[in-house]
Design a protein around this ligand. Structure first.
Ligand code: UGA
Length: 435
């Protein structure tokens, strides 16, 4: 099939690359010329494992192209996928301005009966309103399909190629079949629903996962208070198939470009309908509390953080991404700076993006060693593999005081217990203090 994808962010790019990998001829379109130039040279503008390899092989095979020209990309396309961003507006609602602009821009290139698929995360009813908007520009009917994505940053390719399910929201069975056919080589279960149900499935899924994380974080805080170990609790809970073990990892809260904004957008929709979705409010409140957990623990331990050297290990909102959006590290860095701590951070890939957000609020190191040397405490913020694998004894030796606050419970307990002198403060389980 010939397919056009509008928007080359995480979703658009991963989708475009994966669709070309399963044999379609894909043209990805973006208004950002610099990005398109980069992509045409086979360089991915985002850090996403496996993406560049597929980018290169599919471009070489002639199945994947990039352009800034809508007419070049859309003309002759059997399916047009919109994957532009829907960031959070000031009132918590989803900001649909990029989507509305895309709808306007692509309209002159459509023909009667064109199939337009919205992959961006959009509030219930958006597919209907964008269809009306496009038809007001074209003067003829088009088909609108809701096809939300469930890929995670850091495993976007794997999540797309081996998805748990594909949701196709359509009021027209024949058109739903066409979109289904596009995905057939993936051999993934497909559910066809109304567009409104498809839109809701996306929000309900993200809000549920965020709630699951806040739930386990609150259990972690309670476990800590009563002397239980949240890791064992989560394991015991997760073995019940009705609960499931995924997304029960306690830590310093969820971040990223999706959960925080989607929970708020769903809450906003509920508010518009006169509903008080208190569960979501609590999910958000717990997450806010959790983001500063390491700081609270450090204040409890040190009393005053003025002049203390704190090494932050990990800045990205999660490993395997350079994305800093809504990263808990931002809250921590700002709060540490306010308390007068001398903060130095190291992240293997997200430092440049972090600098754009945090500027000189904190200092940035080029290696783990540089960050930890002379530190009074380490804040482990993102569970990158290199932190887990780094020689713990070597870290402790270089620190002024061997104190670690592990916000992701990612260091192995046996290794900690083998140390001669350490203070280790995890989340939701007893601290280990030796020497
Ligand atoms: C999330 C969803 O998982 C995807 O299914 C969805 O497609 C995507 O949002 C989206 O809407 O585009 P993503 O934000 O990339 O994906 O990352 P996740 O792996 O879900 O992690 C989100 C946050 O939750 C991270 O900050 C992570 O550290 C945190 N988390 C995750 C926990 O604190 N505990 C867990 O057990 C799992």
């Amino acid at each position: 099939m010939k397919i056009a994808v509008l928007g080359t962010g995480y979703v658009g790019l991963s989708t475009g690359v994966c669709l070309s990998e399963i044999g379609h001829r894909v043209t990805c379109i973006d208004i950002n010329e610099q990005k398109i130039q980069q992509l045409n040279q086979g360089i991915s503008p985002i850090y996403e494992p496996g993406l560049e390899k597929l980018l290169a092989s599919n471009m070489e095979a002639g199945r994947l192209r990039f352009t800034t020209s809508l007419s070049e990309g859309i003309t002759g396309a059997e399916i047009i996928i919109i994957a532009v961003g829907t960031p959070q507006a000031d009132d918590g609602a989803a900001d649909l301005s990029y989507l509305e602009q895309a709808a306007k821009d692509l309209s002159p290139n459509l023909v009667q009966g064109s199939i337009v698929v919205i992959k961006s995360t959009v509030p219930v009813g958006t597919n209907d309103s964008i269809k009306k908007l496009i038809e007001s520009y074209t003067g003829f009917k088009i088909h609108m399909i809701s096809n939300p994505e469930f890929l995670r940053q850091g495993s976007a390719i794997q999540d797309t190629m081996k998805a748990d399910r594909i949701i196709i929201g359509s009021e027209n069975k024949e058109m739903a079949e066409k979109v289904k056919a596009m995905y057939r080589p993936l051999d993934v279960p497909v559910i066809v629903t109304s567009t409104r149900s498809a839109e809701m499935i996306k929000y309900a899924s993200n809000a549920f996962l965020a709630t699951k994380i806040s739930f386990i974080n609150e259990i972690a805080n309670l476990s800590e208070a009563v002397g239980a170990d949240v890791e064992d609790v989560a394991k015991g809970m997760g073995m019940d198939k009705r609960i499931g073990k995924a997304f029960l990892k306690a830590g310093i809260g969820y971040g990223g470009s999706c959960f925080p904004k989607d929970v708020k957008a769903l809450l906003h929709t509920a508010g518009q309908m006169g509903m008080n979705f208190g569960l979501l409010k609590e999910t958000i409140a717990i997450n806010e509390f959790q983001r500063e957990l390491l700081l609270k623990k450090a204040v409890k331990r040190f009393g005053d953080l003025q002049g203390k050297k704190i090494a932050i290990l990990g800045l990205a909102f999660k490993p395997e991404t350079d994305d800093m959006r809504e990263a808990p590290s931002i809250n921590l860095a700002i709060a540490l700076s306010k308390l007068g701590a001398d903060t130095v951070a190291y992240d293997p890939v997200a430092t440049e993006n972090a600098k754009k957000i945090m500027g000189d609020t904190i200092k940035y190191a080029n290696s783990i060693d540089e960050a930890i040397t002379g530190a009074d405490a380490v804040f482990l913020v993102t569970e990158w593999d290199i932190f887990k694998k780094h020689n713990l004894l070597a870290i402790l030796e270089k620190m002024k005081q061997p104190i670690i606050f592990d916000g992701r419970n990612c260091l192995q307990e046996e290794k900690i217990k083998a140390c001669r002198k350490i203070e280790y403060y995890p989340v939701g389980k007893p601290a280990i203090i030796i020497g």
